[in-house]
Design a protein around this ligand. Structure first.
Ligand code: CDP
Length: 236
């Protein structure tokens, strides 16, 4: 697709706030381009799951860091393994969702995760989504996207997602939870959620998933063509 070079590794970074549709879109995009999809939020969720399971209080930073250092996280076929246990579904619980931003604000935990994320993006073409991908993890990505939507629309989408498994879930409560998580993610000291200077902003409030995927595919193809022409012109 769009003239990818055989000897080059391509990277697409997608960042944005909670519920903007990053993971659905990144997954579809990766499948369309035959790239590997990497969900970095799942890694922070996995370590949060382990911390909660071991009853470590979320204000015991030393214990959380020590635990993270003894933890093995792997990803295989879009399933996430925590010390070899498949935790793909377990990390989506409400308890984990509530605690994850606190865990993700710990510098040493971020360093472990970022190192791992950089490592796994060295060997295959990737679409990676998260909060700091364009600014910290894949600073040289071929394309950086900052995906947003209004908070009401993001809450509505999450509500629809959760309603089947949790019939008594409340839309207002989800909206509050999303606002709270955005606040912590945007205001933390280390690698806060912020668009990279060279990111393309896409507001998905009134766009379908298909439209966003098409839009990003087109942007990526244009970028690749531009880079190829620039290399030819420069004789690089
Ligand atoms: O619920 P949603 O899919 O929007 O979030 P997620 O991608 O599963 O990420 C869960 C949480 O992990 C975020 O709210 C952030 O606190 C943290 N995170 C992060 O700090 N850095 C990343 N690269 C990815 C996630």
């Amino acid at each position: 697709m769009c003239g990818l070079k055989k000897d080059q590794i391509y990277q697409i970074a997608i960042d944005g706030p909670a519920g903007a549709g990053k993971s659905t879109i990144a997954k579809l995009l990766a499948s369309k381009l035959a790239f590997t999809y990497i969900d970095t939020g799942a890694m922070y969720r996995a370590i949060t799951y382990k911390i909660l399971k071991q009853c470590i209080p979320l204000n015991d930073v030393h214990a959380m860091i020590a635990l993270a250092k003894q933890t093995e996280i792997t990803i295989e076929n879009e399933h996430i393994f925590l010390d070899q246990e498949d935790v793909t579904d377990l990390i989506r619980s409400e308890k984990v969702t509530k605690g994850v931003s606190t865990v993700a604000s710990v510098k040493e935990i971020r360093e472990e995760m970022v190192q791992f994320q950089k490592c796994i993006s060295q060997h295959s073409h990737v679409v990676m989504d998260g909060r700091d991908i364009g600014t910290v993890v894949l600073t040289e990505a071929d394309l950086k996207v900052f995906l947003t939507a209004s908070v009401e629309e993001r809450a509505r989408r999450r509500f629809e997602e959760l309603r089947e498994q949790q019939p008594d879930v409340q839309l207002k409560a989800i909206e509050e939870q999303i606002k709270q998580r955005d606040y912590v993610d945007e205001n933390r000291e280390h690698d806060p959620l912020t668009p990279a200077n060279d990111a393309v902003h896409i507001d998905s409030t009134s766009l379908s998933i298909h439209e966003v995927v098409e839009n990003i595919t087109q942007l990526f193809c244009e970028k690749i063509k531009k880079e190829s022409v620039e290399k030819l012109v420069d004789g690089r």
